[in-house]
Design a protein around this ligand. Structure first.
Ligand SMILES: Cc1ncc(COP(=O)(O)O)c(C=O)c1O
Length: 443
C-alpha cells in the first residue's frame, strides 16, 4: 500500500469507477442505484461539511483533480471554451465509441432511440425539468438558433433586445432576426462592473424605454467576464410586459448551481461540454410545458397539438457514443455535487480577483458583488482596452509567467482577458496568476 494517502485514495476511487464502468457497459442508459452509489462513494465528500468550507479544502480538490488527465508545462486558466472529461467519463466514452463502431446500425436501429431518450431524461432530471421539456442538441447554439429562427409571434413595429455581454454570434443572430422579421433590434450596454440591483434596474429601464419589445435574449452567465444575471427577476419583469425570453445557459450550467424552475424562463439553451463535463457535442433545449406554440416545428416537422419538443429540432446523425455517455456524465457531476463545484469555482475566482482589485494597475471586470460573480472572471490593465494592448498582456502572462488565458472581444468597454479555472485547478496555480498580475505593470 502506498504511504501517500492521496495516491491510495486515487487508486481506490479509480477502481470503484472501473467497476461501475464494467457493470453498465452492457446496457447504456440511466445509471442503476448501485452505480450511482459507487460513484458517490468514490468521491467521498466529508460528512456535514458545507460547500463554502469544502471549497477551501485543498486536499479534497486535489483528490478530485486525480480524476482528470492533467497537461504539464502551463497553468491553463482557459476552461470556458470546453471542459475536460473526467477519466471515468472519458473511459466510458471510449467504450461506447468502440461499441457503436463495432455494432453499427444493428445497435443504432434497434436500441439507440431508447438509450438516447434515457440520456435526455438524465439531463431533465438534473435540471429539475419534466422529461417532456428537454431535448438533446449538439450544442447550445443549435438550441438558441432553433428558438430564434422558429419564433413565430412577431408583428409589425415590435423590437428585439440583446446586450453587449451576450455571446457574440448570438448578438449577430439577433441582428439577423430583426432584419429577417422586419422588427427593430435594441442593444443595451451593461457597465463593465455591476451588481444584481444595477443589472435589474438597467433591464427595467430598457423595458420602459422600449414599450414595443417582444423578444429578448438573456445570458445567464456572460462568456466575457462571468457576470451572473438575476435571470428570474429580469424574466418576471419581462413577463409582466408580455416580453418573451430566450435564456442562454451555455456558460452557467455547472458553473453555478440552479434548478430550471428557479430561472422562471420558458425557453433555455444549454451545453454539457463546458461545465458539466460531457464529451464535446452535447447540448440541450428546454421548453417549458405549454410554451411550444410560439416556436414553430423545425422545417418539415409537424406537431399540430404543439406538445412535442422533439419536433422543434431535427438533429439527424449525431455522435452516438457521446449521447450514450450522458448518464455517466450526470452521475459524475452529481457525485461531486453541483453546489460544491459552484462554490469551489467561485472561491478560485475570489482568490485572484480580490487581490487584483487591490492592484491600482488592474481593472477587474464582471460582478462587483459576490452574488454577481461566478468562477469565471476577466481583467485588463487599467485604461488599456485595445486589441493590441490586451493581446500583449495575454502573451506576456503566457511567456513570462506560464499562465494561459484568452482574450475576449465583445464588450462595448473594450477587450479583456478571461480567466476560467476548472475544478482540477489548485489554489497554488491561481496564486501564479496573482503573482503574475502583481508583477505585470507595463507590457
Ligand atoms: C455564453 C455562451 N453562449 C453560447 C455559447 C455557444 O455554446 P456552444 O458551443 O455549445 O454552442 C458559448 C460558447 O462559448 C457561450 O460562451
Amino acid at each position: 500500500m502506498s504511504s501517500n494517502p492521496i495516491n491510495f485514495n486515487r487508486r481506490k476511487t479509480l477502481k470503484a469507477f472501473a467497476a461501475s464502468a464494467l457493470y453498465s457497459i452492457a446496457s447504456p442508459g440511466l445509471l442503476s442505484a448501485k452505480e450511482q452509489s459507487s460513484l458517490a462513494n468514490s468521491i467521498n465528500i466529508p460528512k456535514d461539511i458545507n460547500p463554502l468550507d469544502l471549497a477551501q479544502n485543498e486536499d479534497f480538490w486535489e483528490n478530485i483533480a486525480h480524476f482528470y488527465d492533467k497537461a504539464d508545462g502551463i497553468v491553463n486558466l482557459e476552461h470556458g471554451f470546453w471542459g475536460k472529461m473526467s477519466r471515468p467519463v472519458k473511459d466510458k466514452y471510449l467504450e461506447y465509441t468502440e461499441k457503436v463502431n463495432t455494432e453499427l446500425s444493428y445497435y443504432a436501429r434497434k436500441n439507440y432511440a431508447k438509450d438516447s431518450q434515457n440520456s435526455a431524461h438524465s439531463v431533465a432530471a438534473a435540471l429539475g425539468a419534466k422529461n417532456t421539456e428537454v431535448a438533446l442538441t449538439r450544442n447550445a447554439t443549435e438550441a438558441v438558433h432553433n428558438l430564434l429562427r422558429q419564433y413565430n409571434d412577431f408583428s409589425k413595429g415590435q423590437t428585439v433586445l440583446y446586450t453587449d455581454i451576450d455571446y457574440p454570434s448570438f448578438k449577430d443572430a439577433m441582428i439577423w432576426l430583426a432584419k429577417s422579421q422586419n422588427v427593430e433590434p435594441v442593444k443595451v450596454v451593461l457597465p463593465p462592473q455591476a451588481n444584481q440591483t444595477q443589472i435589474l434596474d438597467l433591464y427595467i429601464q430598457a423595458f420602459d424605454n422600449n414599450p414595443n419589445l417582444k423578444l429578448m435574449l438573456l445570458t445567464h452567465v456572460s462568456n466575457q467576464h462571468g457576470l451572473l444575471l438575476p435571470v428570474a427577476k429580469i424574466s418576471e419583469e419581462a413577463k409582466k410586459r408580455g416580453i418573451d425570453v430566450i435564456c442562454d445557459c451555455a456558460q452557467s450550467w455547472g458553473l453555478v448551481n440552479f434548478n430550471i424552475e428557479e430561472l422562471n424562463v420558458d425557453w433555455a439553451a444549454f451545453n454539457l461540454h463546458k461545465w458539466i463535463g460531457s464529451p464535446v457535442g452535447i447540448g440541450a433545449l428546454y421548453m417549458k410545458e405549454g410554451s411550444l406554440k410560439k416556436i414553430s416545428p423545425y422545417p418539415g416537422e409537424l406537431d399540430p397539438s404543439d406538445t412535442d419538443i422533439n419536433k422543434r429540432l431535427h438533429t439527424a446523425t449525431v455522435n452516438f457514443a457521446a449521447v450514450l455517455t450522458v448518464p455517466t456524465v450526470m452521475a459524475f457531476h452529481q457525485a461531486i455535487g453541483p453546489k460544491n463545484k459552484a462554490a469551489r469555482l467561485h472561491y478560485l475566482h475570489s482568490l485572484w480577483a480580490e487581490e487584483a482589485r487591490k492592484m491600482r494597475h488592474i481593472e477587474v471586470l464582471g460582478g462587483s458583488d459576490p452574488a454577481s460573480c461566478t468562477g469565471m472572471g476577466a481583467f485588463r490593465l487599467k485604461g488599456k482596452t485595445s486589441l493590441n494592448e490586451v493581446s500583449a498582456l495575454q502573451k506576456h502572462l503566457e511567456t513570462e509567467f506560464g499562465v494561459f488565458t484568452v482574450i475576449r472581444k465583445g464588450l462595448d468597454s473594450g477587450y479583456c482577458i478571461r480567466v476560467t479555472p476548472q475544478v482540477f485547478i489548485s489554489a497554488s496555480e491561481i496564486a501564479q496568476l496573482t503573482h503574475a498580475l502583481k508583477h505585470t505593470k507595463i507590457v
